[in-house]
Design a binder for this molecule. Sequence first.
Ligand code: YNC
Ligand code: MG
Length: 388
Amino acid sequence: WHMFWETQPVRHYKDGENQEQMEGAIDVPQPISDIKQEPYNLPSNYEWCVCDVTNDRIMKEVYALLSNNYVEDDDNMFRFDYSVQFLRWALQPPGYFPDWHIGVRAKASKKLVAFITGIPARVHVRGKLVFMAEINFLCIHKKLRAKRLAPVMIKEVTRRVHLENIWQATYTAGVVLPVPIATCQYWHRSLNPKKLIDVGFSRLAPRMTMSRTVKLYRLPKETLTPGFRAMEKQDVPAVTQLLQGYLSQFVIAPDFSEAVVEYLLLPIKNVVNSYVIENPKSHIITDFCSFYTLPSTIIDSMNHTQLKAAYLYYNVATVTPLVQLMNDILIMAKLSNYDVFNALDIMHNESFLKNLKFGPGDGHLHYYLYNYSLSAPVKPLELGLILL
Ligand code: YNC
Ligand code: MG
């Protein structure tokens, strides 16, 4: 029973699986003038604020909230440690709305106790272009949990999205809510097996010694594909073309303009790494791959405080075999001292995961749409969208 979600324009379990579903918006847009003009009411000791992500002092508060209270794994051993730089990058794409970065403060102390964000995105859904909000970083301080604050925050971000005449949203979560459009799994590729075993992220396989394990995951000292190099600004048109061509085959995929590609995919140290293959003779850009940096805090460890993780982001292989491209990106991550490389089983990732010694993780990532019903659920390999 979902007291809040029952009231929202999302698919519900009672809708019935056998019954054929319509595809498209669940509720029609309202006239903007009918949208509530004032924010929703918070419990009387709390107040709304806008978190200006360009402000260092405010970003320190956001970082403190998230690094202590955001997503943990099921065993509470690791917690996401999004950096300030990363949050700035994730929250200011072209056309972003500053007032979709919403905080809640205690009235008396002004302490930041909760956060939720939205950014605008154009997403293709089975060939239709839909303007959406991507909702992320919903976080409530551990001491304020289970007080029904989350529904108020979700309603408030929804109100602000509606005021921009946007009626659909997408989000991912580790928890099951009504109703996932797809359920994916993370796979992990050890780069620094000794540390991963030391901190309890992975275990020594039966009948394996540490030295055999280290050898198993060893990677070459340099990339193998001729013409592999970091993406540069001049590559933006070619990379945009590659992505548009490749992503059009998926049921759900972002609509990438050159402006968005330049913003999201040009390398930023410790935030996003992107590479192209430039054919040494023709100088044509034939392939592209990228990852983002999201460390986790190791909650109770003696020797280590942080796990340095790379997450596979967008890739396009047109000439180089995908498995070879992915081997090169693993090599780059290893050379940059990452401990682990993570990838979802979306797009064509299944084709290389086992080959490149990724192992399945526990825990799932569920994808959702708000106010949009699909006529059929989507398989992970039909997903072309990655949220940060
Ligand atoms: C969640 N992750 O089911 P019912 S992911 C959505 N996403 O409602 P309370 C969630 N809803 O079931 P707490 C949710 N988790 O009664 C819980 N809920 O209908 C629902 N964790 O509220 C839940 N971050 O305030 C229930 O719960 C209701 O105090 C209960 O707060 C929840 O960013 C939370 O995992 C998650 O900080 C904030 O546990 C808290 O427990 C926390 O009593 C650690 O809430 C961090 C964490 C979530 C990461 C994410 C995506 C969020 C999507 C939100 C939905 C967006 C909808 C679209 C809006 C725009 C629409 C347009 C147009
Ligand atoms: Mg609460």
